[in-house]
Design a protein around this ligand. Structure first.
Ligand code: HEC
Ligand code: HEC
Ligand code: HEC
Length: 90
């Protein structure tokens, strides 16, 4: 019985440590701010997190390199927006 209680407590602790992504993220940028709708993108890839995340999904440092390769390359493949102003909004 005591073991069970400890297990439950551990479970709750681990559970609380799991990161939950926000619905959307905005990156302030000199070229124009970029809004990334995480929730819409999850639906677009039918829940295939590996399209963007390696291993267990966690925070990604979104920088110019990521934006202009990972983001843009998929947009080219899937007919997403590829023009500067499609992503960078003034
Ligand atoms: C189209 C790309 C893409 C897809 C698909 C995607 N993610 Fe993400 N995810 C990101 C990016 C980019 C970030 C980083 C956002 C930031 O912090 O700037 C992120 C962040 C996260 C984080 C970290 C949140 C935080 O603030 O610590 C979690 C957790 C996460 N995603 C879970 C998922 C799961 C689960 C799936 C699949 C169901 C998924 N993601 C699919 C791009 C994606
Ligand atoms: C795995 C493929 C994939 C990746 C990776 C991806 N996108 Fe997209 N994104 C799409 C598709 C497909 C659309 C177009 C959906 C439509 O027009 O119906 C889209 C649309 C958008 C739009 C238009 C607004 C919207 O959400 O509908 C923006 C802005 C955008 N993406 C930004 C980003 C950024 C920034 C990243 C990287 C952090 C990113 N995307 C990564 C597939 C992707
Ligand atoms: C698919 C979306 C997307 C498209 C299309 C795109 N960018 Fe970006 N760009 C990004 C992301 C994401 C970043 C990194 C955001 C950040 O870290 O602030 C970025 C960063 C930049 C930066 C760095 C600015 C700074 O303050 O560090 C410049 C400059 C830039 N982009 C110019 C362009 C130009 C010019 C085009 C068109 C030829 C373009 N981008 C098209 C998503 C995109």
């Amino acid at each position: 019985m005591k073991k069970l209680v400890i297990m439950a407590a551990l479970f709750a602790f681990v559970g609380a440590g799991v990161a939950i992504a926000a619905d959307s993220y905005t990156y302030e940028n000199s070229k124009g701010n970029i809004t990334f709708d995480h929730k819409a993108h999850q639906e677009r890839v039918a829940g295939d997190c590996a399209k963007c995340h390696e291993g267990t999904p966690a925070k990604i440092a979104v920088n110019k390199e990521f934006g202009h390769t990972t983001c843009k390359n998929c947009h080219k493949e899937m007919n997403g927006p590829t023009k500067c102003n499609d992503c960078h909004k003034k």
